[in-house]
Each structure stands twice: as structure tokens, then as C-alpha cells.
Design a protein around this ligand. Sequence first.
Ligand SMILES: Nc1ncnc2c1ncn2[C@@H]1O[C@H](COP(=O)(O)OP(=O)(O)O)[C@@H](O)[C@H]1O
Ligand SMILES: [Mg+2]
Length: 300
Amino acid sequence: MVHTIEVSGLRKRYGDVQAVDGVTFAVEEGEFFGILGPNGAGKTTTLEIIEGLRRADEGDLTVLGLPPWPRNSKLLPRIGVQLQASSFFERLTAREQLRTFGSLYGVPAKKADAMLELVGLDDKADTRVEKLSGGQAQRLSIACALVHDPELVFLDEPTAALDPQARRNLWDVLRSINTDGRTIVLTTHYMDEAEILCDRVAIMDSGRILRLGPPAVLVRGLAAPARISVASGVLAVEDARLLPGADEADDDGVSLTISTRDPSAVVAAMAAKDALTGVQIRGATLEDVFLELTGREYRA
Ligand SMILES: Nc1ncnc2c1ncn2[C@@H]1O[C@H](COP(=O)(O)OP(=O)(O)O)[C@@H](O)[C@H]1O
Ligand SMILES: [Mg+2]
């Protein structure tokens, strides 16, 4: 069986920096695949090699069954690469941008115009790119990557620097693109984004993949405790530590937080004491996976 992307033993060094240090993974057709890691992890370099924009020092790779380097003209029409918002043509409107990108691939103007609707920019068709908000420009750059109907789409931190509402809007767009049957490879430094969007994520740090799998499986594999928090003061810390099932308790003056591997026992005991004011229960997240793997806090 041919994987949509197959990467094996990839390495790339810039001077003293080993940016990619032996990366191996495969992406299947129709998958929403995420590469998650802090700044400098090697995400962009990995992506650029797969896109055929950079040559690897070492390693084997195929994209849609073909080698991306040297530049493969059979491959280019089949992949979409999200361009940075700054790489638009100057002084063109949103519609003109899309038509221009489309014309490079022989896409008719009408079809290019339809892309504006997909990314929710139909009302900005006549707006010049300089006048678009950050979120709108990001969505336009995604539309440009999709205009020739590629089967495989690469997005490098598409939601970086967007406000929370714009990020959520963009997530909806990305989901619909994936539901249409396209394979998506996305890099992000947002844990929540990877957890929500991706079928599988590769957690990357210092040029290596530390873990790879569906987010829920990675999180479950930790067997990390749940955290139950209530308003500070509803229960004394000493009493909280003695609750059946409680592992640890801490009060920071705002919230009392109890770690437990048996949340139902703890919640039942707290309910019996009428001590559930403002209760929140949080399971482990990808952030905890990163901490477990590297011993350090995840800082994007
Ligand atoms: N063109 C370049 N020249 C020199 N060093 C680079 C270049 N691009 C990236 N790097 C370095 O390689 C490492 C990985 O960078 P990058 O792939 O951009 O990571 P990420 O996208 O995860 O932030 C970083 O240490 C970065 O500073
Ligand atoms: Mg990057």
C-alpha cells in the first residue's frame, strides 16, 4: 500500500543546528495529521522538505508516491501549500488574488471565486489584501492553497497570531476541507488545536518526534491523574488530602485543586460535604504528555 506521505530517517542541519534529527512517519489518505511542537522544534523545516522546497541532508521520502525533490512538476498540481499572508500580490483585491493564483493552474475564474465562499470571505471579494484583518488574510492564503483543488494540503501554523474567535472560525474551515476528502498536514504550537483537529499528531521537539498517535491515545497512555478544582476555601486543604481517592491537594488562594485517579470517589465525597462550589474537572492533556516526555513545561 502506498502512503500519501512517507518519510524515513529525515535529517537537516543548518550550520551548528540539527533542525531535523531523524524523523520517520507516514500519513494516510484523508488523514488530518498534525505536527505539534514549540518554536524551533523543526516543524517548518520538516514541512518544507516534504513540500519539495528544501532538500534533506539524509533520509527517504515520497509524497503521493513520488519524490518531491528535485521539484516534481507532476506533484505540484496535486499539493496545496499555504503561503504566508505577506506573499500576496500587491494591490490586488481578495478576488483578484484568488483568480491570479488559480490562473497559474488553469483554474477558471468562476471556480476561483467559489473558494471565497468556502473560507467565508465572499463579502470581502472587493477588498484589497492590505485591508484584510489577520484572520481574513490567513483564510485567503488557505483559499489560495486550495484553489486548484489539491488532494494534499500543507498548512504551517495557519492560526498563529489569530484571536480566539478567528481561530475557531478557521478550524471550521479546515474541518470542512478535510471532510471533503483532502489529506491535511498542519503544524501548530497550540496544544488545544492539535487535540481538537487532528486524527493523529506527531509531538516534535529538538528535531525529533517524541510521540505519534491519536491525541486521545497519547493522553490516555499517560494514566495521568484528573484534577478537580473548586473555589478556594470551600474545603480546608488538610481535609481535601484526606478525601477517599485524593492523591494530592493544593490551595493557591483562588482555587483548591485535588489530583486523583478516582475522580468519582472524590466528587462523591465532596458532594457529601457540600463542597462543590465552582467545581471543574480536568483530565490530562497533550500538554501533560509533553511534560512527561521532556520533563519541561510546554512553552510555545
Ligand atoms: N534557514 C535557516 N537557517 C538557519 N537556521 C534555521 C533556518 N531555518 C530554521 N533554522 C533553525 O532550525 C531550527 C528549527 O527551525 P524550524 O524548522 O523553523 O522550527 P519550527 O517551525 O518548529 O519553529 C531552529 O533552531 C531554527 O532556528
Ligand atoms: Mg515554523
